[in-house]
Design a protein around this ligand. Sequence first.
Ligand code: FES
Length: 60
Amino acid sequence: MEKDIIICTCEEVYKSTIVKAIKDKGLKTVEAVGEETGAGTVCGQCQDDIQKILDEINNK
Ligand code: FES
């Protein structure tokens, strides 16, 4: 299994949490991930990383 990494340090959201939310709920946007997990809703610095995860999952 891929090593879990923290994506959003403001909200302490891990990659596994974001991946699961995207897959379970069929999320398509950084905003939707924010609503679901809280990631990206504070300083916004992690939003590029969230977008990359969205691309990885939804382009497969
Ligand atoms: S690191 Fe995610 S909002 Fe700040």
